[in-house]
Design a protein around this ligand. Structure first.
Ligand SMILES: NC(=O)c1ccc[n+]([C@@H]2O[C@H](COP(=O)([O-])OP(=O)(O)OC[C@H]3O[C@@H](n4cnc5c(N)ncnc54)[C@H](OP(=O)(O)O)[C@@H]3O)[C@@H](O)[C@H]2O)c1
Length: 349
């Protein structure tokens, strides 16, 4: 780790220009032009971070677009500047009373080797290091609290209910499925490759799984796995899958709208035809954002850490080494290249 006050080269991942349509690796460039002083300016109340692991998350696509105000979310990246996201970092220097040199933290940071963070509200000190540190980009970080809040707070699950999850092998989906199994639900997931389908059944203990890319008729596929209908749908993809699910929901079913990744790169979102089912079947469909549940993070840790330690839950990561590998890993989310939580290793501790 660099020394306080040392001036070092700072490799960064830069957004060239605002993106339209599917993002490409070439929308981002790696730059070693900038240097950084490893000292926090006095009185700034900030921290200087050495970034260790960076998280690739679908919401980062929205930040690559020209600014549009969607409920105050998604302030866009600035072209020609480094992108940012969630990550795990080590404190090199601190002017903030909550953090000291050597602390490990997770939260928002830059896609660069070192970051100066002067708004530390979204940084969490890591107190438990008996689990892999990279887990704080996934199961113990933003995707973890998303899966927890979405499943337990929005879906209101009960033992024996029938649960369907899309993008089921990813950062969020693999956890939702395992939470549902722990609760005694019947769980089916869908994913985009045989490898992922096998993982769902063999590693995460889903009752059934199928490859949506091989199904000409999604309605028929859902009827095969849910002859009596779906009680809970954990929505990660939107579009045609949502339309087919609506036809297969049971009376008083719940749909937790976590995300709709199939729509993020479209110039014009797809329409959904079967919305009347919400009315006929008294379905509750509710969107949610993890940010609203961050105050529950300590309670979430108390629930999930023991599950990891007792091997009652497992977590699959897809890691690439080096900032240079970051752009391909990030854009790979949108063609399903990641198998499990996509992590970029910037430096080992
Ligand atoms: N509400 C919140 O606070 C919150 C927080 C975190 C994440 N999210 C949302 O949760 C969802 C999952 O995020 P994650 O981090 O767990 O990502 P992830 O599942 O680890 O990675 C994204 C996956 O989405 C699938 N996908 C990509 N394009 C698709 C398409 N056109 N149609 C269907 N599937 C597609 C791919 O898997 P396949 O191979 O299976 O296609 C890909 O691997 C996303 O919608 C994300 O925006 C919401």
């Amino acid at each position: 780790m660099g020394q306080i006050g040392e001036i070092v080269k700072n490799k960064q991942v830069i957004l060239k220009n605002f993106v339209r349509g599917f993002p490409k690796e070439s929308d981002l460039l790696i730059s070693s032009e900038n240097s950084i002083n490893l000292k926090v300016p006095e009185g700034s109340n900030g921290v200087l971070l050495k970034n260790l692991y960076l998280s690739c998350d679908p919401y980062m696509r929205s930040l690559m677009s020209e600014p549009v105000d969607i409920a105050g979310l998604f302030p866009s990246y600035v072209p020609s500047s480094p992108i940012g996201g969630y990550g795990v970092s080590k404190v090199v220097d601190s002017e903030h009373p909550k953090f000291k040199k050597g602390d490990l933290v997770w939260g928002t940071t830059g896609w660069e080797e070192y970051s100066l963070n002067t708004s530390t509200d979204s940084l969490f000190k890591i107190d438990h290091t008996d689990v892999p540190l990279s887990y704080y980009t996934g199961i113990l970080g933003m995707p973890g609290i998303t899966a927890y809040a979405g499943f337990y707070k929005i879906c209101n699950p009960e033992e024996g209910e029938k649960v369907f999850i899309s993008a089921a092998s990813g950062a969020v989906g693999q956890l939702v499925g395992q939470f549902a199994k722990l609760m005694g639900c019947y769980v089916v997931g869908t994913a985009g490759s045989k490898e992922k389908v096998d993982l769902l059944k063999e590693k995460f203990g889903f009752d059934e799984a199928f490859n949506y890319k091989e199904e000409a008729d999604l309605d028929k596929a859902l009827k095969r796995y849910f002859p009596e209908g779906i009680d809970i749908y954990f929505e990660n993809v939107g579009g045609k899958m949502l339309d087919a699910v609506l036809l297969n929901m049971r009376i008083r079913g719940r749909i937790a709208v976590c995300g709709m990744i199939s729509q993020y790169n479209l110039e014009k979102p797809e329409g959904v035809e079967n919305l009347m089912n919400i009315n006929y079947k008294r379905i509750k469909m509710e969107g949610f954002i993890f940010l609203d549940y961050l105050p529950e993070y300590p309670k979430f840790l108390d629930t999930v850490l023991p599950l990891i330690r007792e091997a009652k839950i497992t977590y699959i990561e897809d890691t690439v080494e080096g900032l240079e590998s970051g752009p391909a890993a990030l854009v790979g989310l949108f063609s399903g290249l990641n198998v499990g939580k996509q992590v970029v290793v910037v430096a080992h501790e």
